[in-house]
Every structure is written in structure tokens, then in C-alpha cells.
Design a protein around this ligand. Structure first.
Ligand SMILES: *Cc1c(COP(=O)(O)O)cnc(C)c1O
Length: 408
């Protein structure tokens, strides 16, 4: 379980090698350790493992060699090239059964009755629902405001001492709004608040929230990190190693939202190609955005890589590329949206994101259907909005499919 000490010059080298430990059976690739428990040579060893005197696995809800490789790999990627006073920044990560499980662990490990969360609107719908349905009855209130306005954020921080955490998601679903990680992190430090960021859309290849002093990162690894749509998963990372080893680990173990060896195995193998996949996703996305932006049937393209996007400057500042997610509005609203979706021949009609194939969804009827229409519209999720996760097909084929689906 030792941390991989090797220094890597490049992101892919790290993504491929970090977290892998020599296998006792000399397996090249870390096997799927499908074992619920681990044995002791003698009773005393069991005692040493339980007391923490000796490193070693005990029970797979607590830790597992396959899950451990995935955890170390993600921690290495989120801290790649980051230093704190001249030393490599360290983070500890906990692999979960899903992004939602990781977010739940974060909230339960850090918040208590009476605490408040300050957050931005247009969060992942599950996160918003979790705040409303599960945290509210526990008397943990979420204040949802436009955190792109730093002076508004400061006003809340100044006036409400009960705010314990600023919870961010950037870029955010599905209008690709970005909040200023550096600005909000500075404010949080000034007012002694915790900060957390959902980095699912960007991945550590495009954005490293720890660089800006964010305390916790969560991911749905289901998306770009896995990259192939084969497993649900999530991760919680933190740079306060002591907190991660104690309170966060305890919460993870007691809630039981652990991952499993098979899905961790799929995730590990997906993450090894993150850099090359993201480069292709991003190249394609820029071309798709330009194509859609120039198309007469389209009223608006929400892509933070287009200079007209309100958060273009913020995304340029904190991301190495605007990414592969976007949304757009068809001129003729809901009906045009449904018609377009039904005419697609190559691209896939589905929710979720981050797979090799191009995925399109219609938030108004799918992911955001549980949010009241007025609130939805306030968040910029109009009836005819289409969300798009640009895949890695050859660009000519993606554009051909869109052209024929947009033709009258
Ligand atoms: C999918 C997603 C989640 C939830 O993750 P699951 O793995 O589905 O539980 C959280 N945040 C964002 C941004 C997501 O896209």
C-alpha cells in the first residue's frame, strides 16, 4: 500500500504506471482480487493488521488490492506536477461504488446538523436532489446561488457563519457554466470554509482543482475516467491526509459505499489511456462546436471554448482545454429537439457522458425532468436544449450525422 514514489515527466506515463504494485504471482496487469477477506499467518498478525501496526488488507469493504491501484492512480493524476512549498503535493483517495456514494461520504464526513453548504446552481441533478431530499431533513441546508459572482459569494460567507463548505462543480451540467476555482478558494480560506469540487466533466487531465487550493475533489468515474461506459464508480480525494485516513475512511467504511474489484479493474484500464482519449475528445469537440455554431437551424451553442460563452475567460484560466461537453438549442424548441434526436443514425441517444461514442440527451425530458419547469428555465435548461458528449469517432462521421439530422 506504499505510495508510488516514482517521478513521471508526462501524464500518460503516470496514468499507465502509478498505483501498480508488483504482483506476488508476477501477473503483468493487476488481477481482479475477488476476495472478501484476507488471511493471517498467525493470530498475532491479525492483531497487528487491525491495530494498524502492520500494513495489509483485512476485508474488501475496507480495502482491496485492485481498488487500491485505482485509488493511487487517481490521486497521482489529481496531484501531477503540483507542489506545496517545493514538495510534491500528496492526496489520498477513496474509491466508491458511484459518484453519488463519493459525494454522500464527503457530506457525511464533513458536515453536521446546522451546517450549511454554499453552492452554485445547475449542479448534477443527483447532487441537487441529494441536498434537497436527504440533507435538508438532517438540517444541513444548501444555499444555491450564482457563484460566478464572487462578490455575491463573499456576501453570503460574511453574513452566514453557518456555512461550512463551498461545493462546486465546474464546468457544470448542462449549460457548461464555470465558476472561478481560484477566486472561490481564496474566499473560502479567508473565511475559513471547506471547499469541494466535482471534477467529473473536466477530468484531472484538463483541470486540477487542488492547484487552486480546493480541499476535496469528487468524481463520477463512470464518465471520462472509465471512458468506455462499462462500470459505475466514484472517488473522493482530499489533501488533508490525516482527515482522509481517519474521518473520511471511517465514513467510507461505515456507509459501505465501497467499489468492487471488477469495476475497479475496468476503471484502471480505462484510466491508462485518459490523455490520448481526452486529446481526441477535445479536438473533435472544438470542431463540433464550430460546426453547430455556424449552422442555421441552431439558436445557441453552450461551449466554454467559444469566446461568446459567458465563462470563456474563467475556463481558459483554469482548464488546459475546454473539454468535450457542450449543449445547444435548436431554433424550433422542443419539437425540433425530439425530431433531431430521432434522426440520428451514428451518434447514440442516451444519458451519461465520457464514452468513446458521441452521446446526446435531452435534459428537459430526461436528466432534469424532475426539476420544475420554471426552475429549469431559470437554470438555462430550455425545452429544446440538447446535451452532447463528443466522442472519439472520426470527425467527418460525427459531422455527417449531425448534418443529415439537422436537414429539413
Ligand atoms: C454522473 C455524475 C455524477 C454521479 O455519478 P454516478 O457515478 O452516476 O453516481 C455526479 N456528478 C457529475 C458531474 C456527473 O456527471
Amino acid at each position: 500500500m506504499s505510495i508510488n514514489k516514482k517521478k513521471f515527466k508526462g501524464f500518460s506515463s503516470l496514468a499507465i504506471h502509478a498505483g501498480q504494485h508488483p504482483d506476488p504471482m508476477y501477473a503483468h496487469i493487476t488481477p481482479i482480487y475477488a476476495s472478501s477477506t484476507y488471511v493471517y499467518d498467525e493470530a498475532e498478525q491479525g492483531a497487528r493488521r487491525f491495530s494498524g501496526q502492520e500494513e495489509g488488507y483485512i476485508y474488501s469493504r475496507w480495502g482491496n488490492p485492485t481498488m487500491n491501484e485505482a485509488e493511487e492512480k487517481i490521486a497521482a493524476m489529481e496531484t501531477f506536477g503540483l507542489e506545496n512549498n517545493g514538495v510534491q503535493l500528496q492526496a489520498k483517495s477513496l474509491l466508491h461504488a458511484s459518484g453519488m456514494a463519493a459525494i454522500s461520504s464527503l457530506f457525511i464526513a464533513t458536515l453536521k446538523k446546522g451546517d450549511k453548504i454554499l453552492t452554485h446552481y445547475s449542479l448534477y441533478s443527483g447532487t441537487q436532489d441529494l441536498m434537497k431530499t436527504l440533507l435538508d431533513p438532517l438540517e444541513v441546508e444548501a444555499i444555491i446561488v450564482d457563484l460566478r459572482d464572487l462578490s455575491l459569494a463573499e456576501k453570503y460567507l460574511k453574513e452566514d457563519a453557518k456555512i461550512k463548505m463551498i461545493y462546486l462543480e465546474t464546468p457544470a451540467n448542462p449549460t457548461l457554466q464555470c465558476v472561478d476555482l481560484e477566486g472561490l478558494s481564496k474566499l473560502a480560506k479567508q473565511y475559513r470554509k471547506l471547499t469541494a469540487c466535482d471534477n467529473t466533466f473536466a477530468t484531472p487531465y484538463l483541470q486540477q482543482p487542488f492547484k487552486f487550493g480546493i480541499d476535496f475533489i469528487v468524481h463520477s468515474t463512470t464518465k471520462f475516467l472509465n471512458g468506455h461506459g462499462t462500470a459505475i464508480g466514484g472517488v473522493l480525494l482530499g489533501t488533508d491526509i490525516e482527515f482522509m485516513k481517519t474521518k473520511a475512511t471511517k465514513t467510507h467504511r461505515l456507509l459501505g459505499g465501497n467499489s468492487n474489484a471488477f469495476e475497479a479493474f475496468l476503471l484502471i484500464n480505462g484510466m491508462k489511456t485518459l490523455e490520448v482519449r481526452m486529446q481526441r475528445h477535445c479536438d473533435n469537440a472544438m470542431k463540433v462546436a464550430e460546426f453547430l455554431d455556424a449552422h442555421p437551424a441552431i439558436a445557441k451553442v453552450n461551449y466554454n471554448g467559444l469566446p461568446a460563452h459567458p465563462d470563456f475567460a474563467v475556463s481558459q484560466k483554469q482548464m488546459s482545454h475546454p473539454g468535450a461537453m457542450m449543449s445547444f438549442e435548436l431554433k424550433n424548441g422542443f419539437d425540433a429537439g425530439v425530431k433531431f434526436m430521432n434522426k440520428l443514425q451514428l451518434c447514440t441517444r442516451t444519458v451519461s457522458l465520457g464514452t468513446c461514442d458521441t452521446l446526446l440527451s435531452h435534459p428537459a425530458s430526461m436528466s432534469h425532468s424532475s426539476i420544475p419547469r420554471e426552475q429549469r428555465l431559470e437554470y438555462g435548461i430550455t425545452d429544446g436544449l440538447i446535451r452532447l458528449s463528443v466522442g472519439m469517432e472520426n470527425i467527418e462521421d460525427i459531422l455527417d450525422d449531425f448534418s443529415q439530422a439537422l436537414a429539413r
